[in-house]
Design a protein around this ligand. Sequence first.
Ligand code: HEM
Length: 340
Amino acid sequence: MATKLSTRAILLSLFLGLAVFTGKPVATHGGGTKDAVADKVRKIVATAIQDNPGVGPALIRLLFHDCWVQGCDGSVLLDGSKTEKAAKNNIGLDGFAVIDEIKAKVGEDVSCADIVVLAARDATFIVSRGKIDYNVTMGRMDGVKSSAAAADAVLPPSTFNITQLNANFAAKGFNTRELVALSGAHAVGVAHRSSFQDRLDNATATPIVPKYRKALTDDVEKQKKLQGTQDPIEPNNIRDKELAFRNASGYDDTGVDTSKAARGVLDNSYYHANLQNKVLFRSDWELRNDTTGVAGGVMATFEANANKWFLQFGNAMAKLSKLPAEGTRFEIRKNCRKNN
Ligand code: HEM
């Protein structure tokens, strides 16, 4: 079907297309390019994270989950019982209210897909305390299709092994180094018990440090009561657990900032945890099983050199933000939750 666009949207996309063609960045955090839209987004994201620090990781994950499925097209934002939001692999996905807030401020000329990209860029900058900065361009359009089945077919589940992870990333043009770099996002945020239960069960457990496994199993039982649910959340990063938990797990915090102020900060501590086999997901642990030695080597580099990871994570996020939309019909949505 032919693309249906209003004259206004065509003019806008031509303008923005030119911006992309010339490689003009939307804005740099250093304050180089002044862009009103980018400024508005940055302010809203900063306030939202200040009010609720969980918003930062949520927005970072949202970029991955939007762009991995049919490219960066805002399809993850569409409401519906069978849309991407209903996908099993989208459990816990969040940040939608912030996207709505941004949309209300930037107006009808900015696509929801662009908002996801800008918000993730700002969240990354803020949560990493300014250590990870990358430029993005604008001009994306919103797709009109969103399917839970399509999302579950391409988003990697936490139970994937290294062969499956490599194949999943290769299908999108990402190599093992980029897989390892992007997995470092699991330094922040939370996960539901059901996303790592396989690591705790006797039958399916991948080798996991027994002390960590016990501490986690005990804590999950505690959290079930505290949170009043059979599927409570735990922080992804052992760094963000209290001292008693870290000690009980035998966590070696050499080289990791475990001060209260460092909790929830996006840094290279994921690699410290992973190389000690104290990570939640099988997919994290599997990075140690790459028989080519590439993933292991990259993890050791990132563990030893935070700056290298900051740079490569930023590069991979910028690349993620460029995954082209795959649909045939596009628009700029008025409301990010539904098609026009
Ligand atoms: C390599 C394959 C990946 C797998 C299998 C995976 C899996 C998961 C799972 C299961 C969760 C927890 C969901 C829940 O139970 O609530 C999660 C959380 C998260 N993931 Fe991933 N992920 C992967 C890659 C990525 C990438 C590439 C990024 C970003 C660049 C990312 C960023 C995050 C963040 C920030 C969270 C925490 C979200 C929050 O607290 O709201 N993940 N991931």
